[in-house]
Design a protein around this ligand. Sequence first.
Ligand code: AMP
Ligand code: GLY
Length: 434
Amino acid sequence: MKYRVLLLGSGGREHALAWKLAQSNRLEKLFIAPGNPGTAIVGENVAVAATDFEALKRLTLEQKINLIVVGPEEPLVNGIADFFAADETTNQIPVIGPCRRGAQLEGSKDFAKNFMQRYGIPTARYRTVTAGTIAAGEQFLDELQAPYVLKADGLAAGKGVLIIHSRDEAKQQLRNMLQGMFGAASSKVVIEEFLQGIELSAFILTDGKNYKLLPEAKDYKRVGNNDTGLNTGGMGAVSPVTFATPEFLQKVERQIIQPTIAGLQQEGIIYKGFLFLGLMNVNGAPYVIEYNVRMGDPETEVVLPRLQSDLLDLFDGVAQQSLDTKTCAIAPATAVAVVCASGGYPGTYGKGYPVTGLQDVKESVVFHAGTARQQDTLVTAGGRVLAVTSLADTLPAAREKSYAAVAAIHFQDIYFRQDIGLDCLNGGNDATIL
Ligand code: AMP
Ligand code: GLY
């Protein structure tokens, strides 16, 4: 069967998904809503928001779409899979992405922590606090050692986690959060024990019964070199991760992935899509820091270039619940993605600056994230503008290619981290621990 695919989203992740889907001989036509100038190279952009379900339904019926792929979390948390399943004109169209209840693994930290506790999945000790239980929250903080981890329960655009060194300040911030610091998202706060270790991310694609382990990746979240400065959406990524040994990944599968899928099944949650595990390697033992119900960005920009199998064929396996019959081959090569950002990000930054030099990049792939077209000119339109990915046999060679490509790209106030992947060169021992 050939597919007419509708992909939702507009970032670097979606450009990477679109780029990979466009390589499939099972693809008849690819639409992206709303997409960006990068996705327009490999498919047709349609100016519909990824959260406008009624408009997406009309588009799906008009264009005879027979597969929907959801990039970002918001439509999933808002129940897009349930929306399409509940309508008799669309209920035969598979959605790659979990139902609303499944999306609670990302949409509610309290739900996710409860779920992990129910199924014995290793994660930091925690307590959930509301305005009525502040005293219990303070008591829990008294039991913990610094630093203290406070998390808004709901979605807070990646900003809802505070890591605080003084206990008094943690107590104050707990009150601030409960009083609306992150709006409704922090009307419940999860207090967690701080885990000391090295972070990495694992990804699976699941049909609810079977799963495929995708390449693991490491994200560089801080804006500055050597993991300094403010948190961002991610300034670069590498895959594979040198400290993710086969033994460690086997523990991740046995102790985390398999019980997660069994738990979802036990609760009758339909989960067909990607699951992103934010992990901490604590002396060789994996712990879940967070679940995300989508792929990561910029992690997707290093994961998909290493995937040798046909992504659309894997999605077909998810839709038909026959993922066990598909192959998921991974290139042994190393991928490095360097994000070119607008100077000032994640604070304020200028927009509308012309982007030049992309035609000189021959040995890397440039994924668009925050770009726009103004007449015939490509211009900056966001904090993270481009992700430049290279594949090579070794990490130093992949780094060299990506940084050579970045040097060819120009726009006013361009900023990028210079140390993406450096910490992995000696096995991850340099990874800065917060
Ligand atoms: P999250 O949004 O849950 O990924 O949290 C943001 C960042 O805070 C993570 O990437 C970690 O670096 C850090 N973090 C979150 N929870 C913990 C924890 N329990 N222990 C140590 N660091 C944490
Ligand atoms: N790069 C982190 C995320 O996508 O959540």
